[in-house]
Design a protein around this ligand. Sequence first.
Ligand SMILES: NC(=O)c1ccc[n+]([C@@H]2O[C@H](COP(=O)([O-])OP(=O)(O)OC[C@H]3O[C@@H](n4cnc5c(N)ncnc54)[C@H](O)[C@@H]3O)[C@@H](O)[C@H]2O)c1
Length: 347
Amino acid sequence: MQPARVAVIGLGRMAGTIDDEVVGYPAITLPYSIAGACAASARLELAAGCDLLPEKRDAFGRRWGVAALYDDWRRMLAAEQPDIVAICTRADNHAELAVGAAELGARAIYCEKAIACSMIEADAVLQAVASRSLPFNTGCLRRHDNRYEQLRDLVTEGAVGRPQAAVHYAPSSLMHGHIHSIDTLLYLLGDPKVARVRGELRPRDLDLTSNRLDADPSAVYELETDTGVYATTVAAGSWEFEVIGSEGSVRTYANGAEAGRRRSVPAGERFTTTVAAPLEPLVPASATLRLMEDLANALAEGRPSREGVERAHHATEACLAVAESHRRGGEWVELPLGNRELYVWHV
Ligand SMILES: NC(=O)c1ccc[n+]([C@@H]2O[C@H](COP(=O)([O-])OP(=O)(O)OC[C@H]3O[C@@H](n4cnc5c(N)ncnc54)[C@H](O)[C@@H]3O)[C@@H](O)[C@H]2O)c1
């Protein structure tokens, strides 16, 4: 099978250098960058790259052996006709580039998270990508990590009984960070829809009357899914997740480097308690490699990708609903979000 040809827009950290930052960090399984994933896979060929800055183009070309380098992404897509376009710029142009790539004939898209800074932008991405049925994955990497997949499979197969609550632990920014936390909570629960959200931004008196924030604030939230599960974030800890069910729980530790499971057992005549239950050992695999190969395989097999633009759009909507709740003094906000102009900048 021919490898899928990948063209990257934005030749910075996520495109090609972020692997250097996480050497020796067990939460991340290398390769982490898009270029690193292409180099490690027979299913992917790194065909071209584009950046506005000549020094970024030179460094990327030298490190990854790419000769087809451009300063204009439209020119690159027209000349290279790639199978997969990987959008690795910062968020203020994700939506413009995703819509443009779809309109210029991309067959599949990787877009860094979050896909947009407002729901108007996110709606445009959804329309452009869904109307063409393009395989689409984002940088919400945990849903492509086999350690999280193992826990999700346990939850969806009923190993914790009926899921009742899900918790994320870490202080985090709203759009850069909580797009990950909300996406991962939903993933672990089997991808229910968010029914309603409430939250607050920090500092608590942050003014959002202009409906626009040109910074990404810290945030906390609570949400309810359409399956009746309560989920929340605790602004402490190191990016850990927990799903608590009627008959047990699963829990990650140390940003996913470790995990555990507990199950309920009877304890005497009156009580139940929980005991540790072993997890099948597994070899961690690179989430970036898996998600990029998923795009290539989705193309080859004519099937949807693992994440899809609808899930990326929905997680973005839930994040922006947290800001809308703050704007309304902490009220519960039902989805779909009415205020589609609300804009929150992020990297
Ligand atoms: N999923 C993850 O784990 C993860 C990790 C790191 C970063 N990210 C995300 O990746 C994105 C990029 O972050 P980064 O730290 O790699 O950024 P970066 O600043 O290192 O790189 C972005 C590059 O995009 C280029 N660029 C901007 N507009 C362009 C355009 N129109 N055409 C061509 N090039 C353009 C810039 O010149 C820059 O070199 C962000 O959205 C960030 O949130 C995700």
